[in-house]
Design a protein around this ligand. Structure first.
Ligand code: MG
Length: 308
């Protein structure tokens, strides 16, 4: 079974073999240690193992510490991996340079073992704390889905990708029907439970590559990369049916009104806001026709059909 070890993974990058060996042995008390003899070897190991922290020398053949830091920071997958330098080059300009390029810490060689140990653990915990806070800042507390802010970033990203590679992208705008009435009749406990149930249904029905967010009070958005409007229609119906079939203690049933807009084939969409606006127009139609149903946006909703 491929299970990630409970201990954090440290990558030591050092060209001097005795130093490298000594560090690996000593730090092996706290970490699962990987070693590389220069930045180039380190890059390959980072891609393969995603360490929790990198401890790097500055002066090394091929790729030095600063070059390695730059590679780590330009790759979105490794950007958050903290890098601590351990170097004999302790002139103020070098130290300042390391920090201003994003080093998590700088420790002068040879370094006192116990201090090195505690500073590495500190750098790792600090990085983990920041990652957790950033994740919280993108999460809707009630449903555990992404929040509006996260959606804005993701929508821009997915829209640009779909436009660049001429791939379809579907957007579902989902309204939990009559939430206000539910709140008024049965209290906010019922309303909050309804929102949580809806969030649960999104988690159960959507694929790993899809993206679900709570958009506002009673509205949700799902982004479905590579899905056409027709495919999104199937997903939307499943969301609606799944919510209706869940056990629900209050007499007012849980239903969804859904509007879909998709960029696909000859259907051109100017920008992310237009995609959202088209889905909103479709959602409006779905509510207007009596709620608890799905509508797909057409050229009349602001999507432009290519006439070529
Ligand atoms: Mg060196």
């Amino acid at each position: 079974m491929d299970r990630r070890p409970a201990r954090p993974v440290l990558l030591i990058v050092e060209d001097d073999p005795p130093t490298r060996g000594g560090l690996a042995e000593f730090l092996g008390r706290d970490w699962d240690v990987l070693t590389a003899e220069d930045g180039t070897e380190a890059v390959a190991l980072i891609q393969a193992h995603m360490p929790d922290l990198v401890l790097a020398d500055l002066a090394m053949p091929r790729l030095g510490g600063m070059g390695l830091l730059e590679v780590i920071q330009t790759d979105p997958r490794t950007r958050e991996v903290p890098v601590v330098f351990l170097s004999g080059q302790t002139d103020p300009r070098t130290v300042v340079d390391c920090f201003s390029h994003g080093a998590a810490d700088f420790i002068a060689k040879p370094g006192r073992p116990e201090e090195l140990r505690i500073r590495l653990l500190h750098a790792w915990k600090q990085a983990r704390r920041v990652a957790r806070l950033e994740s919280l800042a993108r999460t809707d507390a009630l449903t555990g889905l992404h929040n509006f802010r996260a959606l804005q970033l993701k929508l821009d990203e997915e829209f640009a990708r779909a436009a660049r590679y001429a791939q379809p992208l579907a957007l579902l705008l989902v309204d939990l029907d009559n939430l206000k009435a539910l709140n008024d009749r049965y209290g906010h406990e019922a309303g909050n439970a309804a929102l949580r149930e809806t969030g649960e249904v999104f988690r159960e029905e959507l694929r790993e590559v899809d993206f679900a967010a709570r958009f506002g009070g009673d509205e949700f958005v799902a982004l479905l990369p590579h899905q056409t409007g027709a495919e999104a229609m199937v997903v939307a119906e499943r969301l609606r049916l799944r919510l209706a079939s869940r056990p629900w203690p209050w007499p007012q049933p849980l239903t969804l009104s859904i509007g879909i807009a998709a960029m696909e084939g000859a259907m051109h969409v100017q920008d992310p806001a237009s995609l959202l606006a088209a889905a909103d127009a479709a959602l409006y139609r779905s509510k207007h026709k009596g709620r608890n149903r799905v509508e797909v946006a057409s050229p009349a909703d602001g999507l432009t059909a290519d006439t070529h």
